[in-house]
Write a protein that binds this ligand. Structure first.
Ligand SMILES: NC(=O)c1ccc[n+]([C@@H]2O[C@H](COP(=O)([O-])OP(=O)(O)OC[C@H]3O[C@@H](n4cnc5c(N)ncnc54)[C@H](OP(=O)(O)O)[C@@H]3O)[C@@H](O)[C@H]2O)c1
Length: 250
């Protein structure tokens, strides 16, 4: 049994950096046609020019900033042009940390918009396409902070718990159409997001508390997503798969 994505159209949000970039690389290697997003117009332009130069016609980046509703709806408008989307990975995410008594409503709205509203709107859109085709896999990238938490994570934890709830509910609605919906919840992954929210000392202390004795790599997370998105997954739906090297059990 092999995992491959030939003849599959795969949407990955936030595919320019971190976990999403790894996912784009891995799905691309396994033959998928890719719809990828990022927020920076210059970077998107350059990435698309590189793809054209290398004759990679089945991969395209779209500029989509989920802080803006217009930008989110521009993306869903583009998605409607696809006759099929087989796999959708809601990976884009942001975090701004502060104690609950110091958090601003701007941060609340921004983080909700990127981490929860956008996945909801995109799930709603792609599920209509998947329903017509009688096939689909949706993976929402939540976090261990949707299940446990840590100081200064009130907004982030709210969004990730919400995403786990959305996944459970959507899985029930979509199961009759052969659409499987799951969450993957990473622990601590060495990406820009982690470097922005944890100091080097905090990272060193964390490593001592992770049973596996190291942070996750984007590859550790990607492998689980590849399985859940593949045809090997025929019966897992509505689940939240924690990929944390054993951390939440300590
Ligand atoms: N890193 C971890 O330890 C960890 C742990 C648990 C869960 N997660 C989750 O895993 C996912 C990926 O995290 P990561 O660590 O790979 O993050 P990252 O390295 O910071 O990359 C985030 C990706 O999301 C995109 N993004 C950022 N702001 C956006 C916005 N306003 N609208 C649309 N897209 C936006 C970024 O695009 P641009 O760069 O083009 O702006 C980028 O491609 C997130 O949902 C995160 O919450 C991460």
């Amino acid at each position: 049994m092999e995992i491959h994505f030939e003849n599959k159209v795969v949407l990955i949000t936030g595919a320019t950096h971190g976990i999403g970039k790894q996912l784009a690389h891995d799905f691309g290697k396994l033959g998928a046609e890719l719809i990828l997003t990022g927020t920076r117009p210059d970077e998107i332009k350059e990435l698309n020019e590189n793809l054209i130069r290398n004759n990679r016609k089945n991969i395209k980046y779209y500029c989509a900033d989920f802080l803006s509703e217009d930008s989110l709806f521009n993306l869903t408008h583009e998605l409607r042009k696809f006759s099929k989307i087989d796999v959708c990975i809601n990976n884009s995410g942001i975090n701004r940390i502060d104690y609950i008594y110091d958090t601003s409503l701007t941060d609340w709205s921004d983080i909700i918009n990127v981490n929860l509203k956008a996945p909801f709107v995109i799930c709603r859109e792609v599920s209509q396409i998947m329903k017509k085709n009688g096939y689909g896999k949706i993976i929402n990238i939540a976090s261990i902070f949707g299940v446990i938490s840590r100081e200064k994570r009130s907004i982030y934890s709210s969004t990730k718990s919400g995403l786990i709830g959305l996944t459970r509910a959507a899985a029930i609605d979509l199961a009759p159409y052969n659409i499987l919906v799951n969450c993957v919840s990473p622990g601590f992954v060495l990406t820009d997001l982690t470097k922005k929210t944890l100091s080097e000392t905090e990272i060193k202390d964390l490593v001592k508390r992770i049973p596996m004795g190291r942070l996750a790599t984007p590859e550790d997370i990607s492998k689980v997503i590849l399985f859940l998105s593949s045809e090997l997954n025929t019966y897992i739906s509505g689940q939240n798969i924690i990929v944390d090297g054993g951390y939440v059990n300590t």
